[in-house]
Design a protein around this ligand. Structure first.
Ligand code: NDP
Length: 245
């Protein structure tokens, strides 16, 4: 139980990769807060599953497009557990489509949820973190290799998390806090189902030839959050089945 006594906040923890990360952190001993925006029942199910293992857990409704709600969710998590050691900026949306159909509102929403919320939550969480604090941003393999049309906005927003993570590594390194970005490849979730319309095309771009699971991503996040992650900072770590290879 490497994370016993630690407290974590996972944004977008009601489903998919975020839910897997929340449960994996709890399995390793952490108390875990998750945020969600609409799936209250699913968020509650994640919390119930974690509580059944003896860890503390709380679900916080906080829209990652609203910076006041993002900052408040960090304060709530820290006050719920009396500390905050791990922040995972995971909440995300996949706004894909023809370039000319992307509106300024679409752009603002994606950049708010992926970039602004990750900055604001990191800034707020860092105030509560001490030596051993961990920030993990969930980026995407599309940040460094797009390899197809209609993903410009999404790729742009995830690329910003590289700069965020590297900058945070220097701002927070003197306090013993690490910051990294994990870049998943195609992962079987509601956002990108392994039996979806574009799944086969994605498989052809992977060295391993198959989708990852949310648990595959969670395993790397748990490693970064634990003692094995103490000398890893400012790194981008592909968990992508070889998409970037
Ligand atoms: P899902 O669509 O399965 O889950 C998205 C999660 O984010 C849900 O918990 C959802 O909450 C939450 N969320 C969405 N919008 C908001 C918002 N405005 N405020 C707060 N929470 C929000 O996605 P995945 O699990 O697949 O994706 C997780 C992360 O991984 C994302 O950042 C995504 O970009 C990234 N990623 C995913 C890949 C994939 O192939 N699946 C590949 C590469 C990166 P609610 O349930 O309430 O809607």
């Amino acid at each position: 139980m490497n994370l016993a006594g630690k407290a974590a906040l996972v944004t977008g923890g009601s489903r998919g990769i975020g839910a897997a990360i929340a449960k994996a952190l709890a399995k390793d001993g952490a108390d875990v807060a998750i945020t969600y925006v609409s799936a209250e029942d699913k968020a509650q199910a994640v919390v119930d599953e974690i509580r059944a293992t003896g860890r503390r857990a709380v679900a916080i409704r906080a829209d990652s497009a609203d910076m006041a709600e993002v900052a408040a969710s960090v304060e709530r998590a820290a006050s719920e557990f009396g500390r905050l050691d791990i922040l995972v900026n995971n909440a995300g949306i996949a706004q894909m489509g023809p370039l000319q159909e992307v509106s300024v509102e679409d752009m603002d929403r994606t950049l708010s949820i992926h970039v602004r919320a990750s900055f604001v939550a990191s800034q707020a969480a860092a105030r509560h973190m001490g030596e051993g604090g961990r920030i993990v941003n969930i980026g995407s393999c599309l940040a460094e290799r797009v390899a197809g049309p209609e993903m410009t906005l999404y790729a742009m927003s995830k690329a910003a998390l590289l700069g965020l993570s590297k900058g945070l590594a220097f701002d927070l390194g003197p306090r013993g806090i690490t910051a990294n970005v994990v870049q998943p490849g195609p992962t079987d979730t509601d956002m990108n189902p392994a039996d979806g319309d574009h799944a086969q095309e994605q498989r052809t771009k992977l060295a391993l030839g198959h989708y990852g699971s949310a648990d595959d991503i969670a395993a790397t996040v748990v490693h970064l959050a634990g003692p094995g992650g103490r000398f890893i900072t400012g790194a981008s770590i592909a968990v992508d089945g070889g998409f970037a290879a």
